[in-house]
Design a binder for this molecule. Structure first.
Ligand code: HEC
Length: 137
């Protein structure tokens, strides 16, 4: 091995070691970021994303948003099987049927929409509140 080859060889090892170090630093900060995210998540879900804590309302009636998050979200968030998506124009033709009809359809089911929107313990008032929450822009 001449000197030139040794220098070249050494340089590639240096480069490899440096790349490894840089990667190590990256995954460390990623892990830290995830740890931080996991720590602040419950706070974000309960008090920042929603405008009220996800607990029962006074008098036992849950807000439309709480009912939506508990039950309706499963299908309506993605518009699965043509479920109208919250806060979109999807609700325009639905609202044209009248709120009372929509509440009846939520109670009894409507095509692929299950009776009570898969929320068996929901009252009629709670279903109505959830529809009002979803259909509001
Ligand atoms: C299993 C999935 C699923 C869940 C859970 C669900 N929905 Fe739906 N919903 C649908 C689908 C699908 C449609 C569209 C039905 C159609 O138009 O054929 C729909 C339509 C509706 C409509 C419009 C009915 C109409 O006459 O146009 C209302 C109101 C509604 N859902 C309310 C709710 C409420 C309130 C909840 C939660 C308590 C809920 N849904 C939960 C699937 C679901």
């Amino acid at each position: 091995m001449n000197l030139k080859m040794i220098a070249k060889w050494g340089a590639s090892w240096l480069l490899l070691a440096w790349a490894g170090l840089a990667q190590g630093a990256d995954s460390l900060s990623e892990a830290q970021r995830q740890a931080i995210e996991a720590r602040i998540q419950p706070v974000g879900q309960l008090y920042i994303e929603g405008d009220q804590p996800a607990t029962a309302q006074a008098g036992g009636e849950r807000s439309g948003e709480v009912v939506y998050q508990k039950a309706c979200f499963a299908c309506h968030a993605t518009g699965m099987l043509n479920a109208p998506k919250p806060h979109t124009d999807d609700w325009q033709p639905r609202l044209a049927k009248g709120m009372d009809t929509l509440v009846q359809h939520a109670l009894n089911g409507f095509n692929a929409m299950p009776p009570k929107g898969a929320c068996p313990d929901c009252s009629e008032a709670e279903l109505r509140a959830a529809i009002e929450f979803m259909s509001a822009k």
